[in-house]
Design a protein around this ligand. Structure first.
Ligand SMILES: *Cc1c(COP(=O)(O)O)cnc(C)c1O
Length: 422
């Protein structure tokens, strides 16, 4: 479900023609639908109505502070993975009592920052990290609430780069070592063990990996109870997939229905960390065709957006639907590679894609770009990062302006020994 649709052959976001937005802010740009964001969040939240739960939106999917504010107003917390994300979350007004902190490489200063902010808990990924958190908490005189992240060794059947719950992955603590780590943790003076965490991967299109993971974790919670370690929070992570092409991922309701029976006797607060399923289809990236270029081997459509603006096709070989902003009247089609201006062969948005014929100047919408789109953008090739626009009904709000050339060199200095120019 999303609010990008055609009216009289023109693509709209809610009540605003994409063409108008592109004229006003230029291309490339990201465009998000307020209504879609709200709907997706509420669909998730309401699906779990019957279970006491907290949604900690995984902000690495899209961390613009306007999006975070919107989520916070809907009652969301945040799943963070860095001090920078903590800064954004707090700046946006996400209550620290709903912030959870994951990641295998938390630094001492990030731990300090999070303790100072009084976040809900750390999702701890190793014995070394546990030791560090205990030490920092001791120095600060602030006890640290933690969950241990369990790696259940489950194949989520997704792209290897976004699969996180297999034995060979760097994430979490192996299930068979978990009990020992929990015991270690409870013995540490500045640590309060409050939860179990698990996140097995992203873009999951089946429910069984979720339930299989739970079936590994629930006996552990039972064992812990017997040992006198009371688990108050069960965090089952994020990972629910979305439709990029023809996937039919489970609805949050299906996820809730699948996990609810398993949780019946458990007196835990459930924490969920959806990212992609909230924002993915709530955003698009709009780009303009520069050239049609034909070589002996291929036909290329060169556009003004590149891998630095949207990395997913290059990084994961990800598929994004590409649509004409103005539906062409003719029926001519072409099979093309849609590529950007960056000096890398890996710079493409689509390969061997059958689309209606394009002309220079045409606007194209790269669909399902709301998650892991702008947040993965870089300045590679000294390309300023593109603007982000939030549409609400007829309203157009620029929630991040386009960077300019001065932004590109901010923080850089020429040392004094190089002061004279040639
Ligand atoms: C990335 C991540 C998520 C969100 O995953 P989605 O697939 O975007 O829902 C949730 N929890 C953790 C720990 C993550 O690293």
């Amino acid at each position: 479900m999303h609010d990008f649709h055609y009216r009289d052959n023109q693509l709209y976001c809610e009540d605003v023609p994409i063409k108008e937005i592109a004229q006003n802010v230029g291309t490339p740009c990201y465009i998000y639908s307020h209504r879609t964001l709200i709907q997706h969040f509420r669909a998730f939240d309401q699906a779990f109505d019957a279970i006491p739960h907290t949604i900690a939106y995984a902000m690495k999917a899209n961390s613009n502070i306007a999006i975070l504010r919107l989520m916070a107003q809907e009652g969301s917390g945040a799943d963070i993975v860095s001090g920078g994300e903590l800064f954004r979350a707090i700046k946006a007004g996400v209550p620290s009592s709903k912030i959870v902190f994951a990641g295998v490489g938390k630094s001492g200063s990030e731990v300090e920052q999070a303790l100072k902010a009084d976040i809900l808990m750390f999702n701890v990924e190793s014995a070394g990290e546990l030791k560090l958190i205990n030490q920092v908490a001791g120095q600060m005189g602030i006890p640290a609430r933690v969950a241990l992240r369990i790696n259940p060794d489950i194949d989520p059947k997704t792209h290897p780069y976004i699969s996180t719950g297999l034995k060979k992955s760097k994430f979490g603590i192996a299930a068979d070592r978990a009990l020992a780590e929990f015991k270690t943790a409870t013995a540490l003076p500045h640590i309060q063990v409050v939860g179990v965490h698990c996140h097995i991967g992203s873009q999951l299109t089946e429910l069984t990996p979720f339930t299989d993971a739970l079936k590994k974790i629930l006996p552990l919670i039972e064992t812990l109870k017997v040992q006198g370690i009371n688990i108050r929070y069960l965090n089952i992570g994020g990972g629910l997939g979305i439709t990029y092409s023809d996937e039919i991922p489970p609805h949050p309701k299906d996820l809730a229905a699948a996990v609810a029976p398993l949780l019946q006797d458990l007196k835990c607060q459930l924490i969920l960390e959806p990212g992609r399923s909230i924002v993915g289809n709530a955003g698009i990236m709009v780009t303009r065709v520069l050239y049609n270029k034909e070589t002996e081997a291929k036909q290329f459509v060169v556009v003004d957006a590149a891998m630095n603006d949207l990395l997913r096709p290059s990084l994961y070989d990800a598929y994004h639907e590409i649509q004409h902003v103005r539906k062409p009247s003719g029926t001519d089609e072409q099979t093309v590679d849609i590529v950007g201006p960056i000096c890398e062969s890996g710079d493409f948005l689509a390969k061997d894609r059958r689309i209606p014929t394009t002309n220079s100047g045409d606007l194209l919408a790269v669909m399902s770009a709301g998650a892991y789109g702008f947040t993965m953008a870089s300045n590679y090739n000294s390309r300023p990062r593109v603007p982000e626009v939030l549409i609400k009904g007829h309203e157009v709000h620029v929630i991040r302006k386009r960077e300019d050339y001065e932004d590109l060199t901010r923080g850089e200095t020429i040392p004094s020994f190089l002061e004279t120019t040639a």
